[in-house]
Design a protein around this ligand. Structure first.
Ligand SMILES: Nc1nc2c(c(=O)[nH]1)N[C@@H](CNc1ccc(C(=O)N[C@@H](CCC(=O)N[C@@H](CCC(=O)N[C@@H](CCC(=O)O)C(=O)O)C(=O)O)C(=O)O)cc1)CN2
Ligand SMILES: [Zn+2]
Length: 775
C-alpha cells in the first residue's frame, strides 16, 4: 500500500490577504455581502486547486473561515448566547460577526450588517489558541444550552469542492477539544458535563458528511496533547465510541498536534477511530511509542513537516526515520505537523529576501511540495527523486555551515554575562523612593500602553515610503507631525506619563526585527492573528545583535516637546522571540538571551538619552508557557531571566515598566514578581478586575496598572464605569501601588473612540484621587 500525502489545513487569508481586504471592505460598508461571499468562494477554489496541483492525495475542506474556526464550530452546534440571537437568523453572518466583533461600532456601518437597530452587544471573549499567536473566540456554555445543527458549513464546503471535481477530507474541531476550550456561562459550571447533549449534533453532522460522499473526516482534538484529568480522558472514550456506534461508513482521522500525546497515548490509540495524526516535529520521540502501540489497522498520519515554522525540512533525515515504519505498516499518511494556518503562504512571492537565507526556507506551498517529494521517495524509492533530494540536502548543509548564522562577537559577549547582569543594583523598596522623588507624579498616575491609532493615513504614508514614492524626509516629517499632535493632545487632557504613539512602527515585533542583525523579514509573509488582523513574523536565522539604536531618536524628539515624562517604549525579548519564526538549530532560551542583550543595549541608550521611564512589553510571556505543566518551570526560569537581563542595566532611579495582555496570571504570579519590573500594566477590564486577585493574594509588592478600558472593543467606557473598576482595584491593592491605564495599546482603535475614552479615564482617576485625599 502506498504512503499517502495529506494536508491538515491551509491558510484562508489568501496569498495577498484578499480575505482581509474583502472583510474590512464589507464591515465598513464599502462593499456588500455578495462581494464577500464571492471572494471567499474564489479563494477556496484556488486553494483546493493549488493543493491538488501540488500532488496531494488528501486535500482538506472546511478549513476556510470568515473569522475563526472555533467560532464556526460554536455557531454550527448552536452555541449562540441569547444576546446575539436577537440580531438575526442564527446561521446568518449578522449573528456570526456580532459574536466575533460586537455590534456598537458597526451600527454606523452598513454593508455587512442589517437590522441591528443600534444594538450594543460586546464581542465574545478572545484568547490564544494553544501556544500560538492565533486567537479564537471562546465558546460560552451553560447548563441550559440547547445544541442543534445550526449550519452545515463543513458539508457545504465539501460539496462545493466536489462540484469542482475535487474530493476533499473535511476538517472539523472535535467535541472534546471544543468543550475544553469553552468557558462556563456561570461560575462553577463544567462545560464538559454537556458532552452527551452535544454528541447527537456531531452524529448528525458526520452522517450528513457521509451522505454527501465524504469517506474520511479529519477531526481535530489537539487537547489530547495537554495534561488531562480522568474525566477528560473518559470524555474522549465516550465521544468516539458513540461515533463508532452511530455513524457507519465514515472513517475518522483524529488529529493531534502542538505536542506529544505523552500520558494520553494509551487513551488515543484505544479510541475506535480509523486514523490518528501525530505531531512528530514538536514530539519526534513519540514515533516509536506510537508505532508500537497503534493497532495495525489504525491508519497513522505522521506530521513530519513543521507547520509552525519556516525552515526547509531535512528530507533525508525524515526518510531515515520514516522508511522503517513504512516498511512495517501498511496504512500510512504523511502530513504537516499541524494545520498550515500558522505559516506564511508562499515563499515565491518574496522577491527581496537575501537569496542565501531564502534558500533555507519553506512556506505553506513549499511545505506541501516537500511532502509530495517525500511521498514519491517513500513510494518509488529515493532514487526516483534523487536530484530533488540532493538539492534539499545542499540547502540544509549550506545553512548549517553558513557564516551568516554565527557571530563570534555575540557569542563571546553572552559568555561573559554573569549573574549580576540580571539583577537591579537596588531593591524595589529603595528604587521606588528614588523614582518617586524624580518623577513627582500624583497618586494613581495616568498613562497609556504605547500605541495610538494606526490610521489609514499612517499606513498609507508608510506604504508610500516603502515604495519610494515618499522620501525619508517627507516620511519623517509626517511621523513627527503625528507624534507632536499626540503629545500635545495627551498634555491637554492631562495624562501624567506620556507616550510618543508608535506611529513609526508597522508592528511591535516586526519593527525591531527589521533593525536587528540575525533577523530577516518578509514583504508578504502574512499570518492570521485574529479575524482580519495579520502579522508578518520576522525570521530569526542567526545570532542577534543591535547595530544601532532603534528607538532613541523618536523618544528624544517626543520628549523634547513636553516637560512631562515620555516613556521609552520597547518590546521585550520573550515577546520578540515568541512572535517571530525562530531558528531551530539552538534552544529558544539561547536565542532569547541574545535578543535580551540587544534590548538591554537599547534600554541603556534610552536612559543615557534622558528617559526616566522605560517600558519593556512582554505581551507574549504567558502564551509562551509550555502546554504541559512539567515544562513550565524551566521556561519561566529562562524567560524571566531574559527579561531581567534586558531590564537591569539601568540605574535605580530609572523606572522600568512592563506590559502584558490576555494573561491568566494565577499560575505564574511568582514569575511575574520575579521579573521585578517597577510597574506592570495588565489587561483586566473585561474580567472586571478578577485578575487582580492573584496580585493581591501574593502581596505583589511593586506597582500595577490594571487596565480599566477594554481596547479590543470600540465601545467608549464611561467615567463611572472606570471609577468603579478602580475602586474595585483599590480594594485588593493599596492606592500607592496603583496606576491608571487602558488594557493594551490603542493602535487598532479610531481616534474618535480613543479621545473620549481617555478623557473619561483621566476624569475617573481625578475623582478617585479626590476621594483618597479626603481621607
Ligand atoms: N506581532 C504581533 N502579535 C500580536 C500583537 C501585535 O501587535 N503584534 N497584538 C496582539 C493582537 N494581535 C494583533 C495582530 C495584528 C494587528 C494588526 O493591526 N495588524 C495589521 C497589520 C500591521 C502591519 O504590519 N502594518 C503594516 C502594513 C500595513 C498594510 O497593510 N499596508 C498595506 C498598504 C497600506 C494601505 O494602503 O493601507 C499593504 O502593505 O498592502 C504597516 O503599518 O506598515 C493588520 O492586520 O491590518 C493587531 C493586533 C497579539 N499578537
Ligand atoms: Zn497588550
Amino acid at each position: 500500500m502506498p504512503v499517502y500525502v495529506s494536508n491538515l489545513g491551509f491558510p484562508r487569508i489568501g496569498p495577498r490577504r484578499e480575505l482581509k481586504t474583502a472583510l474590512e471592505s464589507c464591515w465598513s460598508g464599502k462593499t456588500g455581502r455578495d462581494a464577500l461571499l464571492e471572494t471567499a468562494r474564489t479563494l477556496r477554489a484556488a486553494t483546493w486547486r493549488r493543493q491538488q496541483a501540488l500532488g496531494l492525495d488528501c486535500v482538506p475542506s472546511g478549513d476556510f473561515s470568515f473569522y475563526d474556526q472555533v467560532l464556526d464550530t460554536s455557531v454550527m452546534v448552536g452555541a449562540i448566547p441569547a444576546a446575539y440571537r436577537s440580531l438575526g437568523a442564527p446561521d446568518s453572518l449578522d449573528v456570526y460577526f456580532a459574536m466575533a466583533r460586537g455590534t456598537q461600532a458597526e451600527s454606523a456601518e452598513s454593508g455587512c450588517s442589517h437590522g441591528r437597530g443600534g444594538a450594543d452587544v460586546p464581542a465574545q471573549e478572545m484568547t490564544k489558541w494553544f501556544d500560538t499567536n492565533y486567537h479564537y473566540l471562546v465558546p460560552e456554555i451553560g447548563p441550559r444550552q440547547r445544541f442543534e445543527l445550526t449550519t452545515t458549513k463543513p458539508v457545504d464546503e465539501f460539496r462545493e469542492a466536489k462540484a469542482l471535481g475535487i474530493h476533499t477530507r473535511p476538517v472539523i474541531i472535535g467535541p472534546v477539544t471544543w468543550l475544553l476550550l469553552a468557558k462556563p456561562a456561570q461560575e462553577g459550571f463544567e462545560p464538559l458535563s454537556r458532552l452527551s447533549d452535544l454528541l447527537p449534533v456531531y452524529v448528525e453532522l458526520l452522517s450528513r458528511l457521509r451522505d454527501a460522499g465524504a469517506d474520511w473526516v479529519q477531526i481535530d482534538e489537539p487537547a489530547l496533547v495537554l495534561d488531562l484529568d480522568d474525566a477528560a480522558r473518559a470524555a474522549f472514550r465516550t465521544a468516539y465510541t458513540e461515533f463508532a456506534e452511530r455513524v457507519s461508513g465514515l472513517k475518522l482521522m483524529l488529529a493531534t498536534y502542538f505536542g506529544g500525546l505523552g500520558d494520553n497515548l494509551d487513551t488515543a490509540v484505544a479510541l475506535p477511530v480509523a486514523g490518528l495524526h501525530v505531531d512528530l516535529v514538536r514530539a519526534p520521540e513519540q514515533l516509536y511509542a506510537v508505532a508500537e502501540k497503534a493497532p495495525t489497522n489504525l491508519t497513522l498520519s505522521l506530521g513530519v513537516v513543521d507547520g509552525r515554522n519556516v525552515w526547509k525540512t531535512d528530507l533525508a533525515a525524515v526518510l531515515d526515520r520514516i522508511e522503517p515504519v513504512a516498511a512495517r505498516r501498511t496504512k500510512l499518511l504523511i502530513a504537516p505537523s499541524c494545520s498550515l494556518l500558522h505559516a506564511p503562504i508562499d515563499l515565491a512571492l518574496e522577491t527581496k529576501l537575501d537569496p542565501r537565507v531564502k534558500d533555507w526556507l519553506a512556506f505553506g506551498v513549499q511545505k506541501l511540495e516537500e511532502l509530495a517529494l517525500l511521498g514519491k521517495a517513500l513510494n518509488n524509492g529515493r532514487e526516483s527523486v534523487a536530484e530533488a533530494l540532493a538539492t534539499n540536502a545542499a540547502s540544509i548543509a549550506a545553512r548549517r555551515a553558513s557564516p551568516l548564522v554565527r557571530d563570534p562577537a555575540v557569542r563571546a559577549r553572552l559568555a561573559s554575562v554573569d549573574a549580576g547582569w540580571s539583577v537591579r543594583s537596588t531593591p524595589f523598596a529603595e528604587r521606588t523612593v528614588m523614582q518617586r522623588a524624580i518623577l513627582d507624579l500624583p497618586p494613581l498616575p495616568t498613562t497609556t500602553i504605547g500605541s495610538f491609532p494606526q490610521t489609514a493615513e499612517v499606513r498609507k504614508a508608510r506604504a508610500a515610503h516603502g515604495k519610494g514614492v515618499l522620501d525619508d524626509a517627507g516620511y519623517n516629517a509626517f511621523l513627527r507631525e503625528e507624534t507632536a499632535r499626540a503629545i500635545r493632545w495627551q498634555e491637554e487632557i492631562g495624562l501624567d506619563v506620556l507616550v510618543h504613539g508608535e506611529f513609526e512602527r508597522n508592528d511591535m515585533v516586526q519593527y525591531f526585527g527589521e533593525q536587528l542583525s540575525g533577523f530577516a523579514f518578509t514583504r508578504g509573509g502574512w499570518v492570521q492573528s485574529y479575524g482580519s488582523r495579520c502579522v508578518r513574523p520576522p525570521i530569526i536565522y542567526g545570532d542577534v545583535s543591535r547595530p544601532m539604536p532603534m528607538t532613541v531618536d523618536w523618544w528624544r524628539y517626543a520628549q523634547s516637546l513636553t516637560p512631562r515624562p515620555v516613556k521609552g517604549m520597547l518590546t521585550g525579548p520573550v515577546t520578540i522571540l515568541q512572535w517571530s519564526f525562530v531558528r531551530d538549530d539552538q534552544s529558544r532560551a539561547d536565542t532569547c538571551r541574545q535578543i535580551a542583550l540587544a534590548i538591554r543595549d537599547e534600554v541603556t541608550d534610552l536612559e543615557a538619552a534622558g528617559a526616566k521611564i522605560i517600558q519593556i512589553d512582554e505581551a507574549a510571556l504567558r502564551e509562551g508557557l509550555p502546554l504541559r505543566r512539567a515544562a513550565w518551570q524551566h521556561y519561566l526560569d529562562w524567560a524571566v531571566e531574559a527579561f531581567r537581563l534586558a531590564a537591569s542595566g539601568v540605574r535605580p532611579e530609572t523606572q522600568v515598566h512592563t506590559h502584558m495582555c490576555y494573561s491568566e496570571f494565577n499560575d505564574i504570579i511568582a514569575a511575574i514578581g520575579a521579573m521585578d519590573a517597577d510597574v506592570i500594566s495588565i489587561e483586566t477590564a473585561r474580567s472586571k478586575m478578577e485578575l487582580l486577585d492573584a496580585f493581591a493574594t501574593c502581596s505583589y509588592p511593586n506597582e500595577i496598572g490594571p487596565g480599566v478600558y477594554d481596547i479590543h472593543s470600540p465601545r467608549v467606557p464611561s467615567t463611572a464605569e472606570m471609577e468603579a473598576l478602580l475602586t474595585k482595584a483599590g480594594e485588593s491593592l493599596s492606592a500607592t501601588q496603583l496606576w491608571v491605564n487602558p488594557d493594551c495599546g490603542l493602535k487598532t482603535r479610531k481616534w474618535e473612540d480613543v479621545k473620549p475614552a481617555l478623557e473619561n479615564m483621566v476624569t475617573a482617576a481625578a475623582a478617585l484621587r479626590a476621594r483618597i485625599r479626603a481621607y
